[in-house]
Ligand binder design. Structure first.
Ligand code: SIN
Length: 290
């Protein structure tokens, strides 16, 4: 295969041209693709009218695919590896309604094996908007002063699980059940600076849900975490993906944060199918919270 990479932004991302899904991939092309993934952190394949089997097979090129046991309600019937990311049209929605984006995060950072990569396949895309944004956390780390790098060295942020019952097995029907769910999914302390297991480079490792640094009070943690999130999401570190139908995207969760901008007409459908590629162990259970 004659594969080419066309950069998508100054900071990160590349469109891959020349890949024919549905045809067996040779070893040289696979190595090239894996190297491109490490170099650009987001890879885009346009116009991929692929089957779900092909989507799963492509995900397996990058590692073991997660079977989504923690999010049974979003799993696609017959395809446990595929989660649906769906907004069903709401005919009563008005443009004046709140359309605040979701929060910056990196997938599965609230677990002891955070995701290596995520793929999204755009099945139905609104006329305009519904973009996904990515922040380059290598660049964010590397542009910090030596003084700040020294402060961050060895610090851990506490990553709580989201309480979104649609996605997870969190039972909020009584305080006791909620407490039991939280015991099953305790917060996880993750290094604020993580060494990428494949590239060996350091990057910030954050989520906007992280409100506490281990060993510091909430008042002490807040300003530092706010600064880091604001710094990491500066325009020069960002790629904003404007979806087209049949786009297939894969990104590296170990050195990026992402955010669904949620900026679209909610009377329309937005439907994507997602797989997650398992990562390597990181962090520890933050017992003080339990
Ligand atoms: C996600 O946050 O994993 C989904 C991104 C999106 O819906 O654009």
């Amino acid at each position: 295969m004659n594969l080419q990479a066309r950069r998508l932004s100054y900071s990160l991302g590349a469109e891959i041209i020349g890949l024919q899904f549905g045809h067996p991939i040779d070893e040289a092309s696979l190595s090239w693709l894996r190297a491109a993934f490490l170099e650009y952190s987001v890879l885009l394949f346009r116009g991929q009218s692929i089957t779900r089997e092909q989507h799963i097979a492509m995900s397996q090129w990058f590692g073991e695919v997660e079977s989504n046991d923690a999010a049974p309600l979003m799993r696609l019937e017959g395809y446990p590896q595929i989660l649906t990311v769906v907004h069903k049209p709401n005919p009563d929605w008005k443009p004046t309604d709140d359309y605040v984006g979701r929060f910056w995060h990196t997938d599965h950072s609230h677990t002891l094996t955070p995701a290596k990569a995520t793929t999204l396949h755009g099945v139905e895309i609104p006329d305009v908007g519904g973009d996904t944004m990515f922040a380059n956390m290598y660049a964010a780390y590397e542009s910090l002063s030596d003084g700040m790098k020294k402060i961050l060295d060895g610090l851990y942020g506490v990553h709580p699980i989201g309480l979104n019952t649609r996605r997870r097995r969190i039972d909020k029907s009584s305080p006791e059940r909620l407490a039991e769910s939280m015991r099953r999914y305790p917060p996880i302390a993750q290094p604020l600076v993580r060494v990428h297991p494949d590239s060996g480079r350091k990057s910030l490792y954050l989520s906007e849900k992280v409100k506490q640094i281990v060993g510091m009070s909430a008042d002490e943690s807040g300003p530092l975490l706010e600064f880091l999130c604001k710094h990491a999401t500066r325009p020069q570190f960002i790629y904003r993906h404007c979806w087209q139908k049949e786009d297939l995207l894969i990104w590296d969760n170990r050195c990026l944060m992402h955010l669904a901008a949620n900026d679209f007409d909610k009377t329309q459908t937005r439907y994507l199918e997602r797989t997650v590629i398992n990562g390597t162990p990181s962090g520890y259970v933050y017992a003080e919270a339990m």
